[in-house]
Write a protein that binds this ligand. Structure first.
Ligand code: ADP
Ligand code: MG
Length: 256
């Protein structure tokens, strides 16, 4: 069974309800996210877009179970999210998120075996997902032998191979050169179509958001609040969408 349970395409899978998330130290309290609400449906490519510092990573970490909201709640399949878990795999921005002493195949196999998948099935599934990201020839190589783009494809394969309820991606392509970035965006669209995965993708890049999203949540900064929640399908063209998003982001920045 995959982590998405019996929820059908189009029904809410992940719900964030009036979540406020803050960082507390002895010196200060920083409210990073203030009363943010949205829901993500199965099979969506849900993009959280906003300027640097507006709380995107904070929100993604809370969905991942690495941070807990001080107010509001986050539910998956109607149940409050607890700690981090294999139903919410994360692809981080850092190319060095792979285990350096494990090969490509071992990196993909490892989390599968940790969650009780048999060795035979883990190997089979890993090979299928490694093939899907076109890395079969590199399966026995170590991370230090790979380019940044290849490492990111391993991280995506590792995440998808777990068949998580939702794949969380935090600016995964931001550190790549422009050509590789565009190729990875195309690849993600293809992989998501092939697997039907539900993806929550964080970016500060308007063009990337417009290219990848079925829905865009625009955040305004300090503290992060919902500026708009846009159904991409309602726009006549990508250009119209990019114009609308551009003015929302500009507006959000100007008010900060
Ligand atoms: N560990 C932390 N301790 C204190 N403040 C933090 C911490 N992490 C992030 N912040 C602050 O929370 C706000 C949101 O940060 P973040 O979620 O990383 O934004 P983004 O991912 O949109 O760039 C920023 O003002 C940032 O300085
Ligand atoms: Mg961030």
């Amino acid at each position: 069974m995959d982590g998405s349970g019996d929820i059908q395409a189009g029904q809410p899978l992940l719900e964030v309800e009036a979540a406020t998330i803050q960082y507390e130290s002895e010196a200060a309290v920083v409210v990073a996210i203030h009363q943010v609400s949205f829901s993500v449906r199965k099979g969506e490519r849900f993009v959280i877009l906003g300027r640097s510092g507006c709380g995107k990573s904070t929100l993604l970490k809370a969905i991942g179970g690495y941070l807990t909201p001080v107010e509001g709640r986050i539910t998956l399949h109607g149940k409050p999210i607890g700690s981090a878990g294999p139903d919410r795999m994360v692809v981080w921005q850092d190319p060095d998120q792979l285990l350096p002493w494990k090969t490509v195949r071992q990196n993909v196999v490892y989390p599968l075996t940790l969650t009780g998948v048999s060795k035979a099935e883990a190997n089979e599934r890993a090979d299928a997902f490694i093939a899907m990201v076109d890395l079969t020839r590199a399966a026995d190589q170590y991370p230090h032998q790979l380019s940044g783009g290849m490492k990111m494809r391993v991280a995506v394969a590792r995440g998808l191979a777990m068949k998580p309820a939702v794949l969380l991606m935090d600016e995964p392509f931001a550190a790549l050169d422009a050509l590789t970035r565009h190729r990875m965006q195309d690849e993600l669209l293809r992989l998501q179509a092939e697997t039907g995965a539900t993806v929550v993708f964080v970016t500060h890049d308007i063009a990337e958001a417009c290219k990848l999203a079925t829905r865009i949540l625009v955040l305004s900064p300090h503290p992060g609040q919902v500026k708009a929640n846009l159904d991409v399908g309602r726009f006549a063209s990508r250009e119209a969408l990019a114009d609308a998003v551009g003015s929302l982001i500009h507006d959000a920045g100007a008010r900060a």
